[in-house]
Design a protein around this ligand. Structure first.
Ligand code: PXP
Length: 231
């Protein structure tokens, strides 16, 4: 089980005042020291946290690797191809949303997503699609040629019901997709996701950055690594 630490909200604090601090490279390094297997950032179309200049800097600075979350737009495709991170995760985006509130509708725009994945895969970037734990979306992700799905765990985080994730993780693995999961996860709800045998990667951000306020980022990540390991 690999842990990706999403450092977007370190940049949220920076952007709130337009300062140079807190330094996202330092955040990435501390997350790695705490046991992060990779660093995740979401370059949103409105640049509310991570901005364009952060991406090549992080790509250069991280000791593990970078997972870049983007919407499926021409602008983001150009950025991803220029930086060539190891992994790209395609997410849906609505400007007014507080966070990524739902999964990508892959089945409803299959040929568009397939065409979007193709140049990324040709550039040896591994593509995952952030989807709701639904059979229809998982099937479509496999047809679109993605290497992985990241199952949206937001509904689980709200309801505590992990049964849709159990079924979806099995279906995704059976379809030949690597299974990732993320959104709304924290040390107290991680167990039901970390125990799914098909899930090989977790992406966690908000709860880790919040916890870091009290114990520091390195310790917050270490706590999460321990919580995952004891499952
Ligand atoms: N995975 C994806 C695809 C996301 O968009 C996000 C949020 O940006 C996360 C994981 C992390 O969610 P959280 O910040 O709630 O841990």
């Amino acid at each position: 089980m690999k842990l990706g630490v999403n450092i977007d909200h370190v940049a949220t604090i920076r952007q709130a005042r337009g300062t140079l601090y807190p330094d996202i490279v330092e955040a990435a390094r501390l997350a790695e020291s705490g046991g992060a297997d990779f660093i995740t950032v979401h370059l949103r179309e409105d640049r509310r946290h991570i901005v364009d200049a952060d991406i090549p800097i992080l790509q250069q600075a991280v000791r593990t690797h970078l997972n870049l979350e983007i919407a499926a737009t021409d602008e983001m495709l150009d950025i991803a191809l220029a930086v060539a991170p190891k992994k790209v995760c395609l997410v849906p985006e609505r400007r007014q949303e507080l966070t990524t509130e739902g999964g990508l509708d892959v089945s409803g725009q299959l040929s568009r997503i397939r065409n979007f994945c193709a140049p990324l895969q040709a550039a040896k970037i591994s593509v995952s699609l952030f989807v709701e734990p639904s059979a229809e979306q998982i099937e479509a992700a496999a047809v679109a040629g993605a290497a992985a799905v990241e199952l949206h765990t937001g509904a689980y985080a709200k309801s505590g019901d992990s049964r849709p994730l159990v079924v979806a993780a099995r279906a995704a693995a059976a379809a030949g997709l690597a299974v990732h999961a993320g959104h709304g996860l924290h040390v107290d709800n991680i167990a039901a996701v970390a125990c799914l045998p098909e899930v090989v990667e977790l992406n966690i951000g908000h709860a880790l950055i919040a916890r870091a306020l009290f114990v520091g980022l390195e310790a917050a990540v270490r706590e999460m690594v321990t919580a995952i390991a004891v499952v």
